[in-house]
Design a protein around this ligand. Structure first.
Ligand SMILES: Nc1ncnc2c1ncn2[C@@H]1O[C@H](COP(=O)(O)OP(=O)(O)OP(=O)(O)O)[C@@H](O)[C@H]1O
Ligand SMILES: [Mg+2]
Length: 437
């Protein structure tokens, strides 16, 4: 999640058992003792525990996150990132929540890391009693959202995220595996009920009904917020996308792939925070990332920043598509065991395979555009907003830009033909964002 405000506890349905015996939230001394008692982690940090430097970096809504530097504080690696689930939302102790989310994040890392290599941090340890996840510290990286808000440019980042989505999803589909293996792989993640409920409520439902969790910057947005709730075309699209999210178990998703879940340093890009991992349509991961680039686009006051955001949408999509179809092509040529688009149908028919790939990519593209529009909407009128617009000091200007983003998103949902492809989306978004600048 990104910033929300308190009061969400009443109707987000979560199963909240008592914390298990043995669980306690670790403070700095507890973290030091925890790491010192695990030889591999203590050896990685080096030196003596008393000299380790611990600093809190929690900036999300949900968990405690600390970075620990050991003897090697010269940036050569060796630090660890310590993440612990709390029995409640970090920023709202009254909103109780089960602890299992770091377990899902650990399981996601284990599932995708063999396929994506260094596009995630290395996983070092998971403790199922304390719900502690320890991963490689990315202490030279910055969160992509924060870097973009400061006007930074990471020309390789969007491509890397596209490659990541392809490599993380393809091997978990029935294009790559027999359905029994896919079912076994996805089954544990289909029990990620707590965080999936948050997605269903906050992303897919709330902005399209009157709800106390919804809020927005200014009465100037009342009209567009009402149109989003009442437009018959929007309602039809939202219903369809709710069903896509809940019934299309196409692949294992990251589930929360916004620009705050990406960390960058030079040409190195890492995807973090896979705690929302769930089976679902691949266009959901793509759509969240594209949606956050659209939000950034509309928040940008200068043409260079807007051009970069549009460039990154294009780079993301091209990298995702190229990598995904290539993984598929290689699997087919090798006579892979996937049950969907079986290799036996396409191994000797390169043209047929290209057409099949085109069909499927068009479906993912349509999902991507619709989920991107929904992400734009929920990040402006829903519970958890993005900070990108905070860089605009004047409230009326900020509301104007948010209104333009909402109006684009609303049109995309009301008439999906208004942007039938990512290329068309880029053209339309360019025209609308420049119009408001
Ligand atoms: N491996 C890492 N190395 C360095 N810093 C990290 C690492 N992982 C996370 N961080 C920092 O900690 C912050 C919080 O991490 P993360 O997003 O995983 O927490 P969260 O509680 O799940 O947040 P949210 O409520 O947004 O889901 C990140 O924004 C980032 O600044
Ligand atoms: Mg998180």
């Amino acid at each position: 999640m990104t910033r929300g405000r308190s009061g969400g506890k009443d109707s987000v349905m979560t199963d909240t058992p008592e914390s298990p015996a043995g669980y306690r939230t670790l403070d700095e001394a507890g973290i030091r003792a925890f790491l010192a008692s695990r030889p591999a982690l203590a050896a990685r940090l080096g030196g003596t525990p008393g000299t380790w430097r611990i600093r809190e970096v929690s900036d999300g809504n949900l968990n405690n996150v600390f970075l620990v530097d050991g003897a090697q504080v010269d940036g050569t690696g060796g630090g660890v990132c310590f993440k612990q689930s709390l029995p409640h939302v970090r920023v709202d102790p009254n909103w109780k929540m089960p602890l299992d989310r770091t377990g899902f994040e650990a399981a996601y890392l284990h599932a995708v890391r063999p396929h994506v290599g260094d596009l995630t941090p290395d996983i070092l340890h998971f403790d199922p009693d304390l719900y502690v996840l320890v991963v490689e510290s990315l202490d030279r990286h910055v969160v992509l959202r924060h870097g973009l808000m400061r006007g930074g440019d990471w020309p390789d980042a969007a491509r890397a995220v596209g490659t990541f989505v392809a490599r993380a999803t393809f091997p978990t589909t029935t294009l790559a595996l027999p359905f029994e293996d896919v079912s076994r792989l996805l089954e544990p993640f289909s029990r990620n009920h707590t965080l999936t409920r948050i997605t269903v409520d906050l992303v897919l439902t709330d902005p399209y009904r009157v709800h106390p969790r919804n809020h927005w910057l200014s009465p100037a947005l009342d009209g567009i917020a009402a149109r989003i709730r009442t437009d018959p075309g929007v309602r039809r699209s939202i219903g369809r996308m709710q069903a896509r999210f809940l019934t299309c178990r196409q692949a294992l998703l990251h589930g929360d792939l916004h620009t705050g879940s990406v960390m960058v340093s030079g040409t190195d890009t890492r995807i973090i925070d896979g705690e929302f991992a769930t089976p679902g349509p691949i266009g959901f991961d793509c759509g969240l990332f594209v949606g956050n680039l659209l939000l950034h686009l509309f928040a940008m006051g200068n043409a260079a920043g807007r051009d970069r955001a549009l460039r990154d949408i294009g780079r993301f999509w091209t990298a995702f598509r190229d990598e995904f179809v290539d993984l598929w092509r290689v699997a087919t040529l090798r006579g892979g065991t996937g049950d969907a688009y079986a290799a036996s149908l396409f191994r000797d028919d390169a043209t047929g395979l290209l057409q099949a790939q085109d069909d499927m990519m068009r479906e993912v593209e349509a999902d991507t555009i619709a989920f991107a529009a929904m992400e734009v909407i929920r990040r402006i009128v829903g519970y958890a907003h993005v900070p990108d617009f905070d860089t605009i000091p004047d409230i009326a200007t900020r509301a104007g830009r948010q209104g333009a983003a909402l109006s684009l998103a609303c049109d995309l949902l009301a008439d999906p033909k208004s942007a039938p492809s990512i290329a068309a989306l880029i053209d339309l978004a360019h025209a609308r964002a420049c119009d408001r600048a």
